[in-house]
Design a protein around this ligand. Structure first.
Ligand code: GLY
Length: 398
């Protein structure tokens, strides 16, 4: 009996040792990451000083020194408080925490907003992060109300949550919408009401069926017939062309299906996330440093602009997906995420202290076809960069 117990303990130690080795941290990258948190905290204090009363940061134009702000209804409103809170967990700097709490007060009215599909981004990245730091009945009620508001946009006929309120006869769903499902999964776990879970799973299934091409790249926008659920059009809004692979859209899909696998443990979503990862990582147009051009089919590659926000989302997603993947893919995903984090930490992407209007990353592309937010900092680029660095530390046991 004693021998069996000793053997079990030995086996357990070998398994946990190899799990640790699988995701061994690079010491120099860890040092860089810790330094990045300190620098990012200083940058966000600068941003805080510039922020007009009642407004949320949107972007900054380095060439003119002008900012763009938004109200709480803009899809990005949760990223600034979310980033402050994530940075607080790393720095314990209460200036960041208090600023986040001030912003949450401005944001909370959006819990009743039924005109947007972006409530997951807006509320889960902010109130969800706050609730994860310290469990709060107030945050939980706000999140449940937000999930309820988001659910009103679901059509059982289409099998999707409506993204944009288009013209009559349009039922527009964008790949980005995969990111809003986390709020619904959380709502079922917290309330015990399975309707949120069912909506999230149905949305993921419909999107998996219709949004992807044979090579597992995705369209940006699908237009459904609201009365029958038939697909009418497959097109783009923010990408180069209807048949191109918009970089951030691919990153949203990767992150989204990784998250759906986490919540359901259904292997078909893991397979989907792996396929998307392979499309991205084997893409001949993905630069060696891991930061994609704004569209994998941009006509002016290799002179096309890069999108740091897509890279940050990819890094964060890969640092989760690597924990579910087989050994070979796990190593590939982990190493790729490391490479992206290193690239984003260089002076090419990480802003010098006091520059970039206080944002952390430079060179994001918001909406190229509209010529808006082109080659600028973006709140979501910062948010997922900070999230990815925290994930890296946690994964490597630091
Ligand atoms: N529509 C959200 C994004 O620009 O990624």
């Amino acid at each position: 009996m004693k021998k069996i117990i000793t053997a079990i303990i030995l086996l357990h130690s070998i398994i946990s040792l190899s799990a640790q080795n699988k995701f061994a941290a690079e010491k120099s990258l860890l040092a860089t990451i810790n330094n990045n948190f300190t620098d990012a905290a200083a940058q966000y204090k600068l941003l805080k000083q510039q922020l007009p009363e009642g407004k949320f940061p949107k972007t900054y134009f380095p060439t003119t020194g002008k900012y763009e702000w938004s109200g709480s209804g803009w899809w990005c409103s949760g990223f600034y408080p979310g980033t402050l809170l994530k940075l607080y967990t790393q720095t314990k700097d209460t200036v960041l925490y208090n600023e986040a709490q001030r912003m949450l007060q401005l944001l909370k009215k959006e819990q009743y907003n039924t005109t947007t599909h972006d409530l997951g981004f807006m509320m889960y990245c902010s109130f969800g992060t706050d609730n994860s730091i310290q469990s709060s009945a107030t945050d939980q009620q706000i999140l449940l109300n937000s999930a309820k508001s988001l659910s009103t946009r679901f059509s059982p006929t289409v099998g999707c949550i409506k993204s944009w309120d288009g013209k009559p006869g349009e039922y527009l769903v964008i790949i980005d919408n995969m990111m809003n499902l986390e709020l619904l999964f959380w709502a079922t776990k917290t309330s015990g009401d399975s309707s949120y879970y069912k909506i999230a799973v149905q949305h993921a299934n419909t999107t998996m069926q219709n949004h992807f091409r044979k090579d597992y790249s995705s369209y940006h926008v699908l237009n459904y017939n609201a009365a029958t659920g038939a697909v009418i059009e497959k097109k783009t809004a923010q990408g180069y062309a209807n048949e191109s692979a918009w970089a951030r859209g691919q990153a949203w899909g990767l992150y989204g299906y990784t998250e759906v696998y986490r919540e359901t443990k259904d292997k078909k979503y893991l397979a989907q996330a792996n396929h998307i990862a392979q499309f991205i990582l084997k893409n001949p147009h993905l630069p060696a440093d891991g930061v994609p051009y704004w569209d994998y089919n941009a006509p002016d590659i290799p002179h096309a602009l890069r999108d740091a926000s897509a890279a940050a989302i990819m890094a964060s997603a890969l640092l989760e997906l690597c924990t579910y993947a087989d050994k070979k893919n796990a190593a590939l995903y982990f190493k790729t995420a490391e490479k992206i984090l290193k690239t984003l930490s260089t002076s090419t992407y990480k802003a010098a202290a006091g520059s970039n209007g206080g944002f952390i990353l430079q060179h994001g592309v918001g909406h190229m076809p509209n010529k808006t937010e082109v080659d600028v900092p973006l709140t979501y680029g910062d948010y997922y960069f900070v999230e990815a660095m925290i994930r890296y530390k946690k994964l490597t046991g630091k």
